[in-house]
Design a protein around this ligand. Structure first.
Ligand code: SAM
Length: 274
């Protein structure tokens, strides 16, 4: 066996052979776990707890409206609801989960029905939309200007055809004081002077460029998609370049504007609409 992947492939195959229902979300979530050694869960937890939705010192504050963009199968939206409704005991938080792909969103809906209590399901809505334009064909908006308190996008913006357009839309839909927050793969921190970081970067690159497409082949039967994934991570701007794009869209950032996770494999960027 190679790192034990055959075991996973075998159980995957057994699943299929037994005719057990496997959804897109199942293989998507399993792939995420395999490719990141489960780290994507930790990054998502950290992302959501750093935003702490639903937290309020004043019980009379108006309901919070969160727009989770490129929401996929719901990992971020569900964590947001849990943090707001359970951790912060604030049921006054609504999440709109949006994605360009109706199939992904459909799986998200099924997962919501299976995983979330009714009160949280009632606080969740779904919107099929392209993040670069929250408007209908007739030009009317699907998300009103200045209507959103918190805009989140996790592992999505990298795939957008026009990132500046998406940032402009984020700015439009957020209210003044509203927050743009992005979790995305990024660049492993500077390796010029730090041998340990250089080694980490070398191992990480080796992992991405040889292992990930192979796992994609073995587990999902789809090498090309995972090859694309790795290349899109490589093409995505650095922490500083992306921060500058957020500033160019009109947001103000605190400090250096981002936080690295796991040595920069992923990063959280935040900006506030003034
Ligand atoms: N946020 C989820 C997560 O962290 O697990 C899903 C991330 S998934 C890797 C990327 C998602 O981006 C896919 O569901 C895809 O359909 C969506 N996407 C790609 N281009 C988009 C666009 N222009 N507008 C909205 N969603 C888009």
């Amino acid at each position: 066996t190679h790192f034990g992947f055959e075991t996973v492939a075998e159980s995957e195959k057994a699943d299929r052979v037994a005719g057990v229902f496997t959804s897109v979300a199942d293989s998507y979530d399993r792939m995420n776990d395999l490719m990141s050694f489960g780290y994507h869960r930790i990054w998502k937890d950290q992302f959501v707890s750093s935003l702490n939705p639903g937290f309020t010192a004043d019980p009379n504050t108006p309901p919070q409206r969160i727009l989770d963009v490129a929401g996929g199968t719901g990992d971020i939206a569900f964590r947001m609801l849990k943090q707001a409704h359970i951790v912060n005991r604030n049921p006054n938080t609504h999440v709109i989960m949006s994605d360009i792909n109706p199939a992904m969103l459909g799986v998200g809906r099924q997962r919501a029905e299976a995983l979330l209590p009714a009160s949280q399901q009632a606080a969740l809505s779904f919107l099929v939309a392209d993040a670069t334009s929250f408007s209908k064909p007739d030009g009317s908006p699907t998300v009103e200007s200045s209507s959103i308190d918190l805009y989140t996008v996790a592992f999505g913006i990298r795939n957008f055809t026009d990132i500046p357009a998406a940032l402009r839309e984020a700015y439009r839909v957020l209210r003044p004081g509203g927050v743009f927050a992005c979790l995305e793969f990024s660049k492993v921190a500077s390796t010029d002077t730090n041998p340990a970081a250089a080694l980490f970067d070398a191992i990480y690159k080796r992992w991405s460029f040889s292992a990930i497409p192979m796992i994609g082949q073995v587990v999902a039967g789809d090498r090309d998609s995972y090859q694309y994934l790795v290349e899109s991570i490589e093409r995505f701007p650095s922490q500083e370049e992306f921060r500058d794009m957020i500033v160019d869209a009109g947001f103000v950032v605190g400090g250096r504007g981002y936080e690295n996770l796991t040595g920069g494999i992923a990063a959280i960027h935040k900006g506030m609409k003034p």
